[in-house]
Design a protein around this ligand. Structure first.
Ligand SMILES: NC(=O)c1ccc[n+]([C@@H]2O[C@H](COP(=O)([O-])OP(=O)(O)OC[C@H]3O[C@@H](n4cnc5c(N)ncnc54)[C@H](O)[C@@H]3O)[C@@H](O)[C@H]2O)c1
Ligand SMILES: [Zn+2]
Length: 334
């Protein structure tokens, strides 16, 4: 399947196809040098499949994990690009999860004021969510994704076959974002999670999410309006993520908890809880609500007396709403 994304700066294609990694060179037909960036958690066989097709390409591999999303790693990537004499006519290919995409995407946004960037997402989260939309960032001064740039890729190659090596926890973590997209935009997508075994429908789930994200990003590239809907579950979710730290819950797991916290309708909450349980995602956690509240005040979406939230009362119909700080406290039971 080919999805064309039209943004103000660029038009690019997303190819979703089993086995597309082994055929990447058929799609990557840009002239100039290729520079590959990955992390050491991506199974070597996937990176080799790409390298074999571009024998002249240099590769830079950094240590996997959120802990690498910092200035030090960014500098090392930029140094390696400089050492390889990469010019503005050359191309950087990211092959990995959201961390690789965010790091390599940011490096390509700022190296020589921007070079061509191709993303080959290898986790469910990156195929479903982070590989399109053009957000790139590093974590800075303890705040996630606080330094970055909007930099759209020139091509995205999503190969569902590479998910075969992904640990179950990581697979389910990414699927939490798909559950979110179903809740805000696509009742049929949500129904897959309610009625079927999601793992039998991975390709369809990814395709539906890519289409939703394309649609939203084309209308609101810089998140001034509709794109904010994608933050459903994220306002509480980011606070849970910060509270439990890097070794606690994964991003999608916290988004699941965040969706459960924000929902008003008890029936809907129950339906969501069942879906999350079916994906072995957490549905409750032990935390200090006062600390969660403090962390929420640091959120980009918090103003002095209210926080911008996404709410869902009917599956498929997410909407934006401001909550007073008193409402947030009440929801947290403080
Ligand atoms: N830019 C955006 O729009 C956006 C959106 C959502 C999330 N993000 C960012 O994405 C990051 C999370 O991404 P993620 O969930 O992909 O995590 P990740 O990139 O850390 O990948 C998870 C782990 O899986 C390994 N891995 C990757 N592919 C694999 C494969 N095919 N088989 C086995 N292991 C594999 C990685 O090395 C890593 O250890 C966060 O930093 C988050 O902020 C960005
Ligand atoms: Zn998210």
């Amino acid at each position: 399947m080919k999805i064309d994304v039209h943004t103000k700066e660029k038009e690019y294609s997303v190819i979703l196809e089993r086995g597309v990694l082994a055929k990447a060179s058929q799609w990557i037909r840009f002239s100039g040098q290729i520079f590959i960036v990955s992390d050491d958690g991506v199974p070597a066989k996937w990176v080799h499949q790409l390298q074999e097709q571009f024998p002249q390409a240099e590769t830079y591999i950094f240590p996997n994990g959120e802990g690498s999303k910092n200035f030090a790693t960014l500098q090392e990537i930029l140094k390696a690009m400089q050492k390889a004499h990469l010019s503005r006519q050359d191309t950087l290919i990211a092959i990995g999860g959201g961390v690789v995409g965010d790091m390599a995407g940011f490096a390509s946004a700022i190296y020589m004021r921007g070079i061509r960037y191709i993303n080959i997402p290898t986790t469910s989260l990156s195929q479903i969510d982070s590989s399109i939309g053009g957000k790139t960032a590093i974590d800075f001064n303890g705040i996630k994704n606080s330094v970055g740039a909007f930099w759209q890729p020139d091509l995205v190659l999503a190969d569902p076959d590479v998910l075969a090596t992904l640990p179950a926890r990581q697979l389910h973590n990414g699927l939490a974002e798909a559950v979110k997209e179903g809740m805000i935009r696509d009742p049929e997508l949500f129904a897959i999670f309610e009625k079927e075994d999601a793992e039998d429908h991975l390709e369809e789930i990814i395709a539906r999410c890519l289409k939703i994200k394309k649609d939203i990003v084309e209308k609101d590239e810089k998140e001034n309006g509709e794109r904010k809907l994608l933050n459903f579950g994220h306002t509480f979710g980011h606070a849970y993520e910060a509270y439990f730290g890097m070794d606690g819950y994964l991003h999608g797991e916290c988004v699941g908890l965040g969706m459960l916290t924000v929902l008003n309708d008890p029936m809907l909450k129950e339906r969501l809880r069942k879906v999350l349980q079916g994906l072995q995602l957490p549905t409750e956690c032990q935390c200090d609500p006062k600390k969660i509240y403090q962390l929420m005040l640091l959120d980009k979406k918090a103003d002095h007396d209210h926080i911008s939230m996404v709410q869902v009362d009917t599956i498929g119909q997410g909407y934006l709403i401001d909550w007073s700080l008193a409402q947030v406290k009440e929801r947290l039971g403080i």
